[in-house]
Design a protein around this ligand. Structure first.
Ligand code: HSE
Length: 427
């Protein structure tokens, strides 16, 4: 039995999961990859008793990165710096790398994959998107015969937990967030999850593989969930929808759409049943049709499962004599501007409850060529009431034009919310 030395950078939640999986599933893993895996050095910030041989730990990254006996490095420290430099150093030292670092891959993936190609080593990053769901390997391998037409993903567990609490228990955003923080799902500073940054990193990684793109993550349109209120969730329910934070990628004729925002989806859509901290990814390939992936998008063992699977993939490839490093894309694609995006829209307008208001607003929508499919009013006799409009499929620029005019009506106190609707799913 051949044996291979592996170095681990970081021993937090996921690092511990990797350790546990390598101990518990040792026999299966050895059978699957044909190697005895020896975790020979682990980088930590400081030494303390972890119930593991203390000689395995080091506080010096270069004990691993420059160690000639170590052939594979697993990076689990997270963040951009120093993780990116460590990965690059390992690659330049001709070591294969596995990482679960979405920020590094979304920001520097192209450069790092280029370096891996140049050095004839592999860089795998399954754990960076949707934790335990094997979505990257599926796109890369199992769906390789398809043109991917569409991806719609619930790829942030924290926001899905918050929206689920709001929908099922009527909580408001703030108290649902506080609960997510108490359970350890949301960070003390929840901005990355709540405002959609985390999901846009993951969408960037997904779209690079699915659509062969190489677009900066900052170019992805992004809206978070902090503006969603229980009232919107209630209206959506009444209209037959649920609200989810979706990461959407669509392949058009000459451009692609990439966007992260709260979205109304029909209550019968498979993604509508993805609740709590679970992730779900809906993919449409031109040969395979609709596919749905469901599972835990974070956590020690689910993400550890993805990391160890990458390790096994590399070992399987190493035992084949030919080496084919992961391809990178040099394709230049146009990212469709948000104003050219087509969707249906849910628009909630706060108005003075006086005769003629509905007519005026409907006329302004009509003047901008926005066709309405549903209008409902809640409340009566109060000074200000909600009018909710659902539009037919239309171009975003028309909706924005109408909104600007509607906002300036004396009878309108505010546009309380605008949420896009994805309503084209056919079971
Ligand atoms: N914070 C992420 C989430 C998990 O809530 O899904 C790590 O990517």
């Amino acid at each position: 039995m051949k044996s291979i030395k592996v170095g681990l950078l970081g021993f937090g939640n996921i690092g511990r999961g990797v350790w546990d999986i390598l101990q518990t599933n040792n026999t299966t893993i050895t059978q699957n990859c044909g190697y005895k895996i020896e975790l020979s050095k682990i980088l930590v910030q400081s030494h303390r008793d972890r119930g593991i041989d203390k000689d395995l730990f080091t506080t010096d990254a270069y004990d691993i990165l420059d160690n000639e006996e170590i052939e594979i490095v697993i990076e689990l420290i997270g963040g951009l710096s120093p993780a990116k430099d460590y990965i690059l150093r390992a690659i330049n030292n001709k070591k294969h790398v596995v990482t679960a670092n979405k920020a590094v891959i979304a920001t520097y993936g192209d450069e790092l994959l280029g370096a891996a190609n140049k050095n004839g080593v592999y860089l795998y990053y399954e754990g960076s998107v949707a934790g335990g769901i094997p979505i990257l390997d599926s796109i890369r391998e199992s769906l390789a015969a398809n043109q991917i037409q569409e991806i719609m993903g619930i790829i942030n567990g924290t926001t899905n937990y918050i929206l689920t609490k709001m929908a099922l228990e009527g909580s408001d955003f703030k108290s649902a967030l506080a609960e997510a923080q108490a359970k350890g799902y949301a960070e003390a500073d929840p901005t990355s999850d709540v405002e959609g940054y985390d999901a846009s990193y993951k969408l960037s990684i997904l779209s690079a593989l699915a659509f062969n793109t190489n677009l900066p993550v900052e170019n992805i349109y992004r809206e978070g969930i902090s503006k969603i209120t229980p009232i919107d969730i209630e209206y959506a329910k009444e209209l037959g929808f649920v609200i989810k934070l979706l990461a959407i990628g669509k392949q058009g004729e000459n451009s692609i759409e990439l966007r992260v925002h709260p979205t109304l989806i029909p209550a019968y859509h498979p993604l509508a049943a993805v609740n709590d901290v679970y992730n779900g990814i809906f993919i449409k390939g031109n040969a395979v049709g609709n596919l749905m992936y469901y599972g835990k998008g974070a956590g020690s063992l689910p993400t550890g499962s993805a990391v160890v699977a990458d390790l096994i993939s590399i070992l399987k490839k190493m035992s084949c004599k030919y080496s084919a490093p992961t391809a990178i894309s040099d394709a230049q694609k146009n990212l469709q501007s948000m104003t050219a995006t087509e969707s249906e829209y849910y628009i909630r307008v706060m108005v003075k409850d006086i005769p003629g208001v509905l007519g005026k607003i409907a006329t302004l929508f009509g003047n901008s060529a926005v066709s309405l499919s549903t209008v409902i009013q809640k409340g009566e006799g109060e000074p200000v009431v909600s009018l909710v409009f659902i539009t037919h499929q239309t171009i975003e620029s028309r909706v924005q034009e109408a909104i600007e005019k509607i906002k300036s009506l004396d009878e309108v106190s505010e546009i309380a919310n605008l949420i896009r609707v994805e309503n084209h799913y056919k079971a």
